[in-house]
Design a protein around this ligand. Sequence first.
Ligand code: OAD
Length: 228
Amino acid sequence: MRIVILTGAGISAESGLGTFRDKDGLWTKYDLNEVATPEGFAKNPQLVTDFYNARRANCASAQPNAAHHALARLEAALPGQVTLITQNVDDLHQRAGSRNVIQMHGALMSALCAGCGHRWPAPPAMALTDRCPACGQARARPDVVWFGEIPYHMEAIAEAVETCTHFAAIGTSGQVYPAAGLAAEARRNGAQCTELNLEPSEISRVFQHRRYGPASEVVPAWVDSLLD
Ligand code: OAD
C-alpha cells in the first residue's frame, strides 16, 4: 500500500482553527485579495503581517485533535508508506507526530526573505522591520503561498500522487487548485480514492469511497479500517 493523504482546513476545525469557506469562515471576514495575494502584501504589508500574526497566535494555542493523531498513528504503523500533503499552514500534523508532511501552502511558523529566499523560524509576531538573518534586508514575509503563487513541492507531490494505491482527501472543499485536482489525478492512475469531510465537497464525484462526519470521528475510523 502507498497512501497519499491530502488535508485541508476541516481537519483543524475541531482544534479551534477556523476554515475558510464555511459559515463564519476566514474568507467571510477578510477579503482574500487583501490578505492572501502578493498584490495585497505590496499594498498594505502591515495588514497582511497582522493577519498572519493573529493566525500564528491561534495556531500556537491550538492542540492537535483525534484526526491528526490518527494520521500519525497510520504513518507509524506503515513506515515509508504514507505521504501527508497538507494545504494547512498550521503545524498540528507535526505536533501530533506525523513526520512525512508536505506543506504545499507553506507554514505559519516559518519566515521567508522576499529578497534572497532564505527561511528561518518565524517569531511569534513578525514585524516589517525584521531583518533576514542571511542577507540583512528588511524584507521578511510569512512563508505561506498566496493566491497567484505556485504551491511548494509540486514535483514531490506529483510523484507521490502518480504512484499511490490509496488517496484520501480530508476536510477540504475541493475549490482551490492545484490541490483540488490531485484526487482526479490519483483516480486516473488507478488509486482507491476516499473523501472524508463534514459533507460532500465540490468534487465528491471523483471519489469511489466517501465518509461524512466530523474529522475527529471519521478519520480514526477510516485509519482503523485501513489497519484492520
Ligand atoms: P475550506 O474552508 O475551503 O474547506 C473546508 C472544508 O472542511 C469544507 O468542505 C467543510 O465542509 C469541511 N469541514 C469543516 N469542518 C469540518 C470537520 N469538523 N470535519 C471534517 N470536515 C470539516 O478549506 P480548504 O479546502 O482547506 O489557501 O481551503 C483550501 C485553501 O483555500 C487553503 O489552503 C487556503 C484557502 O484559501 C490559501 O490561502 C492559498
